[in-house]
Design a protein around this ligand. Structure first.
Ligand code: ADP
Ligand code: MG
Length: 271
C-alpha cells in the first residue's frame, strides 16, 4: 500500500531544502517547469505515490487532479501548483532564468499537507470523504471515487433519486465535521461527488481548522458565518427538489453540539 515510507524521499527532500536567494528575497524559490502529465508521472513514481498516472481528471485554480494507480487500485492524485495564482510567492509570478516561473515549493507542500491531514481527520470522524492514502511534498493521493477510470459525477450534475436522504446525509456530515472542530468553508454541489448513491465530500483547502487553537470552543463560534454559508449552499441546492429547510436553524443546531462555555475538552457533544 502507498503508506510505506520511501528512503528515496528524505534524500530528495533534503536536496530541495537548499535555500536560494533570488531577487534579494530569502526563501526557497525553485525553478520548476509547468506541471504536465509526464512530469507528475515521473515524480509520483519516483516517490512511490503511485505505480502509474493515467490522465488528468481536472485542472482547477490551485491544483490538478489526476487518475492514478497503485497497482490495480485506483487513486485520485491531487497536485498543488500555486505558481500561476495570487498565492505564488511574492503575490505574482517571478520570472527566473529560462522563462521558468519561480515559486516556493514549501507553500504548495503546506497546502497539500494541510488538505491531506484535514481529510484524514474528517475521514477518521466517519465522514464520507475519499480515504486519504499518502502525502509527499505538493502531492497527495486518496481513494478514487468512480468506475473504470471515470470519476463519479458532481452532485450538481445528477438527478438525485432520493433527495431527502441525500440532503440529510450531507447535513449529518457537516455536523460530524464540525464535531472535530473543522468547517469545510467551500461546500456546495460542486464539491460533493455522487458515488454509489451516496454524497462524498471533497476539496478541503478552504477548510477552517479550529482544533489546535487555544480555547477552540470559543474560536469555533466565530466560524458561524462560514458554517452558515456552507449550509445555505446545500439548503438552496435542495430547494429545487422541494426539500424545506431553514439554514439558520440548522446552523444553530450544528453549533449547539459543542458547548462554548466549556473551556476544557470534556465530552460535550450531544449527537
Ligand atoms: N477522490 C476523487 N475521486 C474521483 N474524482 C475526484 C476525486 N477528487 C477530486 N476529483 C475530481 O477532481 C475535481 C477537482 O477536485 P477538487 O478537489 O474539487 O479540486 P479543485 O480545487 O480543483 O476544485 C473534482 O470536481 C472531481 O471531479
Ligand atoms: Mg472543487
Amino acid at each position: 500500500m502507498p503508506n510505506q515510507p520511501s528512503p528515496y524521499i528524505s534524500k530528495r527532500s533534503l536536496a530541495q531544502r537548499q535555500t536560494s536567494k533570488i531577487e534579494g528575497q530569502r526563501g526557497r524559490l525553485e525553478d520548476l517547469p509547468e506541471i504536465t502529465l509526464t512530469s507528475v508521472r515521473v515524480e509520483a513514481l519516483a516517490t512511490q505515490l503511485a505505480t502509474d498516472v493515467k490522465g488528468t481528471i481536472s485542472a482547477g485554480k490551485e491544483a490538478t487532479v489526476f487518475h492514478a494507480l497503485w497497482y490495480d487500485f485506483p487513486l485520485a492524485l491531487k497536485v498543488y501548483r500555486l505558481y500561476a495564482t495570487p498565492h505564488a510567492k511574492g503575490g505574482k509570478r517571478k520570472k527566473m532564468g529560462g522563462g521558468k516561473v519561480g515559486y516556493s515549493k514549501d507553500i504548495m507542500s503546506y497546502w497539500a499537507s494541510r488538505e491531506f491531514w484535514i481529510l484524514d481527520r474528517v475521514f477518521r470522524a466517519g465522514v464520507k470523504v475519499p480515504t486519504p492514502a499518502r502525502h509527499i511534498d505538493n502531492m497527495f493521493t486518496a481513494r478514487f471515487l468512480g468506475e473504470n477510470g471515470t470519476p463519479a459525477p458532481l452532485l450538481k450534475d445528477v438527478q438525485i433519486e432520493h433527495p431527502k436522504r441525500i440532503f440529510n446525509s450531507i447535513i449529518d456530515q457537516i455536523f460530524a465535521i464540525y464535531r472535530v472542530f473543522i468547517i469545510h468553508g467551500d461546500l456546495s454541489a460542486f464539491n460533493i461527488l455522487y458515488f454509489q448513491n451516496e454524497p462524498w465530500i471533497i476539496d478541503f483547502p478552504q477548510a477552517i481548522d479550529f482544533a489546535s487553537r487555544p480555547n477552540r470552543h470559543r474560536a469555533l463560534k466565530k466560524g458561524r458565518p462560514i458554517l452558515l454559508r456552507d449550509i445555505t449552499n446545500i439548503v438552496k441546492f435542495f430547494e429545487k427538489y422541494g426539500i424545506p429547510a431553514e439554514a439558520q436553524a440548522l446552523c444553530d443546531e450544528c453549533m449547539e453540539q459543542i458547548s462554548f462555555n466549556d473551556r476544557l475538552d470534556k465530552k460535550t457533544f450531544v449527537r
